[in-house]
Design a protein around this ligand. Structure first.
Ligand code: SIN
Length: 576
């Protein structure tokens, strides 16, 4: 069987925009990256429009348990953080991006504290630091024990509420980004310009569940659009990501012709509570910080899984631990292993990990007395919309930050707790770059057309996949492009996704669930194509037919671009 050619439409079928709005900058997403960017930009440009798919604190940030990594301890250094990040990334990190991350990180975390984020403190009143996989030092700041993301989200939303009456910032909740508007998209739908081939981005089409003026599909125009829309975890049957993680921003950028990179590198978190084979959707995460405090992995006979496999044993980089668990499960014909935290004691566990203990107990497991059944589940997309060091994508006017972006800091495998830091650092960089470029005349004011355009210049012709097919997409992706892949599995997955893509469009009515499902399909097709091409095992990409890392052929990053004719061009770049 040969893999079918991948074709991606330029836009989703959607009703013609019924309203318009405009701003200097549109920020899409309200996790750490989106909120940081919007809050900083509002001090530097006249008008920021912040839109989010559901409500402000619904995204992945609020679910982050472990923490935020930064060289905050006097004995630690950005150089050591850099080294650990590069090792975890297995040769594919962009060194300059990592340098920016680790050197600017400590200052950005302290700014977060100044803004109101309350991290856990030690007896001297300094930020308490712990360790997670791949780190050679204690450098993970945490809050509420294991509720770091929730506290960061709370602090940023509180800061937003302090300025919410400011006319310079408008927040629209329940606003799903459908597609990007580009120069050349014209109101009559004839698509005279060159969207999908690098045309500047001038706004987004949005579906808003609102009242009055902003309701249904509309067109929002701006000099610059910042995508901070998070991950794509819902592409798999089980994930630690919340239900909103359907890759909407990534998919919209892909359709518009932005360069998307490293998408085959998907991080599967080693310790996700195993709730049974049929359990789908968001699953309970058991933070790596639990192992950081001394818990360890065992098989059913009590044998320690990580001993002798890596010098850091249970705290080896996440891909190494996930792979060891998968190997054990395969050898022993089981669907989970166990995490043993019993020796840490009830008092310590309840104080240090209150949310995890409560979540486990509510599901019938007590970490103080029971072995916890765990198995790897999707956790993080290391790749995404490629950006430079300023967060600029390959499309003029389009920026990306946070999980939907690919700054190059994660390479083939993100180092634990580097994601909140990445969102913080690169959102701040974007918030400096956009005003500077506006001042330099590089991001001109956008003329809002009297009749709003269709994204892609097309009158809503992009085929849709009905939301009833979502589980089929998830199962197909998990089976063939999941934690372990092969030439056969990715080819079969590609064929099934192509079949879904070719289903008669009439079966699917435009609407949020359908657009999300179609986004998962488009990203699944691209991810599968890149996973099929990469004939080696590295980081978050595991091939059963090529079980070793192959630096001679694959010390390279892969990117894709969708052309105007809907074809996909994949390119490879050697690492410098
Ligand atoms: C965890 O707490 O294990 C997750 C932290 C992360 O994904 O970086």
């Amino acid at each position: 069987m040969t893999a079918p050619e991948v074709r991606i439409p330029r836009a989703l079928a959607a009703p013609a925009p019924g309203w318009t709005t405009s701003a200097d900058v549109i920020v899409v997403g309200s996790g750490i990256a989106g909120l940081t960017c919007a809050l900083r930009l509002r001090e530097r440009v006249d008008r920021v429009l912040l839109v989010t798919k559901t409500v402000l604190d619904e995204g992945s940030t609020a679910w982050a348990q472990g923490g935020i990594a930064a060289a905050l301890h006097p004995e630690d250094s950005p150089e050591e953080h850099l080294e650990d990040t590069l090792v975890a990334g297995v040769g594919l990190c962009d060194r300059e991006a990592v340098e920016a991350l680790v050197t600017e990180g400590p200052r950005r975390v302290r700014e977060l504290v100044a803004l109101g984020a309350e991290f856990d403190l030690d007896a001297e009143g300094e930020i308490k630091l712990t360790r997670e996989g791949g780190h050679h030092r204690d450098r993970i700041a945490h809050a509420g024990g294991d509720a770091t993301g929730r506290e960061i989200s709370r602090a940023l939303i509180a800061a937003l509420h302090r300025v919410i009456d400011d006319p310079g910032i408008e927040v629209v909740e329940h606003a799903l980004v459908v597609d990007l508007l580009q120069e050349g998209d014209v109101p009559d739908g004839s698509g005279e310009g060159e969207p999908g081939t690098g045309a500047p981005v001038v706004g987004v089409t949005l579906h808003v569940i609102g009242e009055g003026q902003l309701d249904g599909v509309g067109a929002a125009y701006a000099r610059a659009v910042v995508l901070a829309t998070g991950g794509l975890g819902q592409i798999y049957t089980s994930t630690t990501n919340p239900p909103v993680a359907t890759g909407d921003g990534m998919a919209a950028a892909l359709r518009a012709g932005a360069r998307v990179t490293d998408l085959e590198f998907i991080q599967f978190h080693p310790t996700v509570l195993f709730l049974g084979e049929g359990s789908t959707g968001q699953q309970p995460l058991i933070s790596e910080a639990v192992r950081g405090e001394g818990a360890f992995l065992v098989d059913a006979s009590g044998r320690r899984i990580m001993e002798g496999r890596h010098e850091l044993a249970d705290l080896a980089p996440r891909d190494v631990v996930a792979r060891a668990i998968l190997e054990t499960m395969r050898e022993q014909g089981t669907d989970h292993v166990f995490l043993d935290a019993r020796h840490l004691g009830a008092d310590f566990l309840e104080e240090r990990f209150p949310s995890i203990v409560a979540s486990c107990r509510s599901l019938g497991f007590d970490p103080a007395t029971d072995l916890l059944p765990v198995a790897p589940a999707q956790h993080y997309a290391s790749g995404g919309i490629e950006t430079d060091l300023h967060g600029r994508t390959s499309l003029p006017g389009l920026y990306a930050c946070g999980e939907c972006s690919c700054t190059g800091v994660h390479g083939a495998n993100r180092l634990a707790s580097n994601s909140l830091l990445e969102g913080l650092v690169f959102a701040s960089r974007i918030a400096s770059d956009i005003p500077a470029r506006i001042a330099a005349g590089e991001l001109p004011e956008v003329v809002v057309p009297a009749v709003p355009a269709h994204a892609g210049g097309e009158a809503g012709e992009g085929a849709l996949l009905d939301s009833s097919q979502r589980l089929t997409v998830q199962r197909t992706m998990t089976a063939g492009s999941g934690p372990v892949r092969s030439a056969g599995s990715t080819t079969e997955t590609a064929a099934e996704l192509a079949r879904l893509a070719a289903l008669p469009p009439s079966t699917a009515a435009p609407g949020p669930r359908t657009w999300e499902t179609t986004n998962l399909l488009h990203l699944g097709q691209v991810l599968t194509e890149l996973a099929r091409r990469r004939e080696e095992t590295r980081g978050g990409h595991v091939r059963s037919d090529f079980p070793d890392r192959d630096d001679a052929h694959w010390l390279r990053r892969q990117s894709v671009v969708v052309a105007r004719d809907r074809s996909l061009t994949a390119t490879e770049r050697s690492m410098p």
